[in-house]
Structures are given as C-alpha cells and as structure tokens.
Design a protein around this ligand. Structure first.
Ligand code: NAP
Length: 281
C-alpha cells in the first residue's frame, strides 16, 4: 500500500485523506499546530499528528493542501526539511496555480503535479459522502500525473489531464461557469424586480428558467440549447432591452449578447449579424 502525508489538513486535505484511507496508508498529518494536526487525525481516523514538516515520516505521496498563497513557501520549507526522497510524488490542489509552484521539490528528486477536484469541500463530513464522480484535473510531470490518476480513481473521482500551461484557462472557465452564473442570476433577478415583480417571484422565475436551460444544455449542447431574440435575429427586441437596463447590466448584456451572436453563427444572416453587432457594441 502506498503511503500519503497530508500537509494542511483543512477542508480539502482532511476530506481527501479520509477518502484515501481505504486504499493508501495515511502516514503523517501536519497542520499549523500539533493540536490542530491531532484534530485532523481524529477526523481522518488514521495518521501520525506532526507539529512541523521535519517531523513527517517518509511517504510515497505528499499532498500540500495549505491555502494557495502558502504553497510556494511550504514547498521550499518541505524541500529543506529533507523528508522528501527521490521518486516521491508531491502535489497541491489549487485550481489556479501550476505544479511549478513545487519546483524546489524537484531538486530533491520528487516528481510534482497539481490535482484539482472540481468540488466544494465546505463541510468535510458531507464532502466525503458526496465526492464520488467528481472530475479531478491533473497537470504536471507525467510520472506524478500517472500516480495521481490512480489516486483520483481510488478516491472515487474521475481524473483528466490538462494541457501544459492550461491551468489559467481551466480555472477561468470554472470561474465563469460557477461564479458568473451567480452574478448573472443576481442581475437577472434585479432586472425582473424593475418590472414590479416581488423578490420571491423574481427568484423563482429566474432560477427555474436557469435550471431548465442548464438541463437543455446538458442534453443538447450550448448551440442547440440557444433560444431568444438574438438567435431569432430580433433586433427591435434587443434594442428595447438595452433601453431599460442600467449601465452595469447593459454592459454585461452587450458582452454576452455579442458572444451569443457568435454562438448563433449561421442561424443568422450576414445582415442580422451586422445589425446585432452594431447594437451590442
Ligand atoms: N475548499 C475547497 O472547496 C477546495 C476545492 C478545490 C481546491 N481547493 C484547494 O485546496 C487547498 C486547501 O484549501 P482549503 O479550503 O482546504 O483550505 P483550509 O480549509 O483553509 O485549510 C488549510 C490548511 O492549511 C493549514 N495550514 C495553514 N497554515 C499552515 C502552516 N503554516 N503549516 C502547516 N499547515 C498550515 C491549516 O492548518 P490549521 O488546520 O491548523 O488551520 C489547514 O489545515 C487550496 O490550494 C485550495 O485552492 C480547495
């Protein structure tokens, strides 16, 4: 059985450790204090609590699950601790940063990678029971990605590889899909309220429509799921919308509207594309 050290057993770290426990031997667990490491070991149900990185036992895999801003600093500290041996795999779980944050560990002979589960670990106890099927993005050294491919499968995840240098585009896509969807819901609800609709009805109106649309995208794909005035080439309706929106919402409507013209593609004539583009510019 391969052994795993966890550095930073917070929301993600302790959830991953507990999911890994049936298949990997949890070796050392190191949080910001010994007391905190002990609490994490109690949650995980395995592992040796450590006060510092130098106290960690030898292990095949090292997960650096500290906050993003601390990964580079902890990588240097871990490299200097002498705990990491040639052939070990060291990985972090940041969505936005590349494996290259761990470069100091390469000098110790480790191979490095990042494994980002597209999942919210807000509540570790709940996370371990709902993690199955989560897509896990892998990026870094080939050897480390191969080891983490098996690791992700053992957790119940679905691993896939990112292209070299693809981390920023990967994370931007998640940010648009998850965070901007929330912003879009908020702007849409506020615009509905402008029509005199109550908060409660405006929320149901927008969220129900978003859910139906997401279900259509899942089955049909984005281009075939597209309905509405832009794909119909209805310039006068788009013009009416633009006249009632406040400046922030109008800018958002115009940017997304232009992307929607592109998505509609040859469903619009050249004249319709040009007229809509002029309206939305
Ligand atoms: N949370 C998510 O949903 C999620 C999802 C995908 C990826 N990620 C990634 O996972 C990583 C961890 O995020 P998180 O949300 O799990 O963070 P978190 O809950 O804040 O946990 C951070 C952990 O780092 C430990 N830590 C802080 N300073 C330390 C130090 N000086 N030495 C050793 N350990 C230290 C903390 O120790 P204490 O326990 O003692 O405070 C804690 O265990 C990040 O790279 C994040 O981007 C998170």
């Amino acid at each position: 059985m391969l052994t795993l050290n966890i550095i930073g057993p917070g929301r993600l770290g302790k959830s991953i450790a507990r999911l890994a426990k049936p298949h990997y031997q949890i070796a050392g667990v190191c949080a910001s204090s010994l007391a905190s490491s002990r609490d994490a070991v109690a949650f995980i149900g395995a592992g040796q609590p450590c006060a510092t990185l130098a106290d960690l036992p030898a292990a095949d895999l090292f997960l650096l699950a500290v906050p993003d801003a601390m990964i580079a600093e902890k990588a240097i500290e871990l490299a200097e601790s002498g705990v990491v041996q040639a052939g070990n795999v060291v990985f972090h779980a940041s969505g936005a940063s590349e494996a290259s944050l761990l470069l100091p560990l390469k000098a110790a002979g480790a191979s490095i990678a990042s494994m980002h589960p597209a999942f919210s670990f807000a509540d570790p106890a709940r996370a371990v029971s709902t993690f199955a099927g989560t897509l896990c993005a892998l990026e870094g050294d080939i050897k480390a990605c191969d080891v983490l491919h098996d690791f992700a499968l053992a957790l119940g995840g679905k691993p896939f590889n990112l292209a070299e240098g693809g981390k920023a585009a990967y994370h931007a896509s998640l940010t648009m899909a998850a965070n901007y969807l929330v912003t879009l819901a908020d702007l849409s609800i506020k615009t509905a309220q402008q029509a005199g609709i109550s908060d409660e009805i405006a929320q149901s109106l927008i969220i129900n429509l978003m859910q139906q649309t997401l279900a259509n995208i899942k089955v049909l794909g984005p281009a075939a799921a597209l309905t509405g005035p832009i794909v119909r080439g209805d310039q006068s309706t788009v013009d009416k919308h633009l006249r009632v929106l406040n400046s922030t919402t109008r800018r958002c409507y115009q940017s997304l509207g232009q992307a929607t013209v592109n998505l509609a593609g040859d469903k619009l004539t050249d004249e319709q594309q040009l007229a809509l583009t002029q309206l939305l510019f």
